[in-house]
Ligand binder design. Structure first.
Ligand SMILES: [Zn+2]
Length: 324
């Protein structure tokens, strides 16, 4: 049964993705605010409407939307909501909502260059890009953000709430923190059961180098650890507290994962692709882009710690445990 608790109502919406259901949240404020908006499927829309009805609400009652990030399971349902509805988010989400031909061309060119650098055999390119594009079928059509949200902003009509920028899982990821009781609406930043994928994105506007999502994500974890968070309403899975302990566990687990990668490199130099095959032998073909993201995340981390070295050879970079 969907219900209000401390001015927050949780909606649980199905997705066709392996992560399972996604949560969207309604916040009571000077405007009825929806945080995130499920995938674009009939099933998600039905679930959305039914749960609103349990609160005596209709979709038309929603007065504004805030997005934690641009991923399809957090924005797709916008297509079912009125086009004039105000949407607020970090501006780095805009390019993913527009998906202009220029952005798509830049995106594809970036990833094909990157796959070369990773040593991915050409025969996998099409399927890897295809996997990334397939999830976009569940995203929304082009949408203009009505307002941009940055660090420490109070979102419109939500007195008492504050924006925390939490890049890593997505470049434009934010969380919403309510200072009075320490409640965090966290999107995919911190989840009870799984750690979110540090997904690769093309360079940010005006930049040449790609972001390093694992390093950003770890920084975001350290940042959250400084907040007195009492309860997290997450994008997937149950609510939880004890945030400090969970953050430490996540950081330690990721460090261990990286050290496993270093061990493999001690046996000899490897490309990202060769490493990816060794780390994810049963899924790398089916989940090429995700497993490559995960692999390069560990390499970025180890390079940052000077635990490994890289030879930037043409065509593919070679990583080794020798250190620099
Ligand atoms: Zn996400």
């Amino acid at each position: 049964m969907t219900e209000w608790k401390d001015g927050i109502a949780k909606l649980t919406l199905p997705t066709p993705f392996s992560v399972g259901d996604v949560h969207a949240y309604l916040l009571k404020g000077d405007r009825l605010t929806l945080v995130d908006a499920g995938v674009k499927t009939k099933k998600a829309w039905e679930a959305f409407r039914m749960q609103l009805a349990e609160l005596q609400l209709r979709p038309e009652d929603i007065e504004q939307v805030i997005l934690t990030h641009h991923h399809p399971d957090h924005v797709g349902l916008l297509d079912f909501l009125p086009p004039e509805l105000e949407i607020h988010a970090h501006p780095l989400n805009q390019r993913w909502l527009d998906r202009t031909p220029e952005f798509t061309a830049m995106h594809d060119e970036f990833f094909s260059g990157l796959f070369h650098q990773f040593g991915v055999p050409e025969e996998y390119f099409a399927s890897a890009v295809g996997q990334m594009k397939k999830t976009l079928l569940f995203s929304c059509g082009p949408r203009r953000l009505s307002g941009e949200l940055f660090e420490n902003d109070v979102p419109p009509a939500l007195e008492g709430w504050k924006v925390i920028e939490t890049p890593g899982h997505a470049q434009g990821h934010i969380a919403l923190f309510r200072e009075q009781d320490g409640v965090l609406v966290g999107g995919d930043m911190l989840l009870a059961k799984i750690s979110p994928n540090p997904l690769l994105e093309p360079p940010l506007p005006g930049e040449k180098e790609r972001p390093m999502p694992q390093l950003q994500y770890n920084e975001s974890l350290h940042k959250l650890a400084k907040y007195p968070i009492s309860l997290v309403h997450a994008g997937h899975g149950p609510d939880f507290g004890q945030v400090g302990a969970l953050i430490e566990k996540r950081l330690a687990r990721q460090h261990d994962r990286a050290m496993t990668v270093k061990k493999l490199l001690k046996q000899g130099e490897l490309t990202v692709f060769e490493l990816c095959r060794r780390l994810f032998p049963s899924v790398y073909e089916k989940e090429m882009s995700l497993t490559l993201s995960e692999t390069v995340a560990q390499l970025d981390y180890l390079l940052d710690l000077d635990e490994i070295g890289v030879k930037e050879e043409d065509p593919a970079f070679l990583y080794s445990a020798a250190g620099r």
